[in-house]
Design a protein around this ligand. Structure first.
Ligand SMILES: [Zn+2]
Length: 347
């Protein structure tokens, strides 16, 4: 069964802030119930107020200043038809796939055999709380259509993902909001681990991990969108504010119907709005899917993962240090149960 395993340790020292009296801080270690990966949460750091309004105002000012420099943005309407690549004819006779304001074209610097870029809106800068459900629905519909076209042309391209880097701390090179869908011929490290461990869990427990998680995670439950998309804060996050959306009963992009897509889109918009209200200004997102030609819903459900990244203050420090990159053990300062509580009101 799903195990939410955690333990605490204390670290003791003489505190310069209180005349070198003895003090201690608690570190909570949590094990991911599926992957077995550990993370550590410093409860004292996590209790700090999430945002300092003064700092947040400065960050917003800085983002708006960057957003004003629109000249030469490839994704703005004046340039997008002239400066972005086109798909080959068998993928799209027009060269680019469109749906409302959403436009999908190939990545100019790909790192997968099929690597797209999808501009979400015409507007050069849209804050996280204004990326609404309709925007995500258009993007998802068209991206899934692209996955189908790619797969029907190349049946080895089975591993599809829908990815989002928003603002520079999340590795976006342009401020204009865009997603990056990928279709690979093998599962990337993260997906491979999740698929294998989901299968192993089902083999060991004769049960579906994702269903068991839905049935046993009330403490971190945030809400439901559409008919069957359930949102939770991750028990053992891989990065700050990790939220996971689970599409009950569906494993791959090609199994999703219009209700599922509406539910995913609505949930993404709600999570982003809620995180924005908590002071988040930069996020990464991915959607993990079973291979396009398989239905693995007996042991794996399609899932959406959203994490927040560093606040873009002047000379900000990245949130990926030696622990995260080299020891593969994230240090977290947001408490999952608090994240769930704070986001519930947006659902
Ligand atoms: Zn632009």
């Amino acid at each position: 069964m799903v195990e939410f395993y955690k333990y605490k340790e204390t670290s003791e020292f003489l505190d310069p802030k209180s005349n070198y009296t003895h003090t201690q801080q608690t570190i909570e270690f949590r094990k991911h119930p599926l992957t077995g990966s550990w993370c550590r949460i410093n409860i004292d750091r996590a209790k700090r107020p999430h945002t300092n309004n003064g700092t947040l105002k400065e960050v917003d000012k800085k983002i708006l200043a960057i957003a004003k420099k629109t000249e030469n943005c490839f994704f703005c309407p004046a340039n997008v038809d002239k400066k972005t690549p086109k798909h080959q004819k068998h993928i799209s006779p027009e060269g680019r796939l469109r749906n409302g304001q959403f436009i999908l074209f190939p990545n100019l610097f790909p790192f997968a055999p099929y690597h797209g870029v999808g501009v979400l809106k015409e507007k050069h800068f849209v804050s996280l709380n204004n990326l609404d459900a309709r925007t995500w629905e258009n993007a998802l519909e068209t991206t899934i259509d692209w996955f189908k076209k790619v797969y029907s042309h190349d049946s080895a391209a089975r591993f599809a993902s829908f990815n989002f880097n928003y603002l520079m701390p999340a590795a976006a090179s342009l401020i204009h909001p865009h997603i990056q869908p990928i279709v690979d011929k093998r599962a990337d490290n993260g997906l491979d681990d999740i698929l294998k461990k989901s299968w192993q869990y089902s083999h060991d427990n004769n049960s579906n991990f994702w269903q068991d998680l839905l049935d046993n995670d009330e403490e971190r439950y945030i809400g439901k969108t559409g008919k069957s998309v359930y949102w939770h804060a991750s028990f053992a996050p891989s990065c700050a504010n990790e939220v996971v959306g689970i599409v009950c009963g569906k494993s791959s992009f090609l199994e999703l119907d219009s209700h599922d897509i509406e539910g995913i889109a609505d949930g993404i918009a709600k999570v982003l709005r809620g995180l924005y209200a908590q002071g988040v200004r930069s996020v990464n997102m991915t959607i993990n899917s079973a291979p396009l030609n398989e239905s693995l819903a007996s042991f794996f459900y399609l899932n959406i993962r959203i994490v927040s990244r560093s606040l873009m203050v002047d000379d900000y420090t990245t949130d990926q240090g030696f622990m995260e990159l080299l020891h593969k053990e994230p240090v977290i300062s947001t408490i999952p149960e608090t994240i769930a509580k704070n986001l519930r009101e947006y659902f």
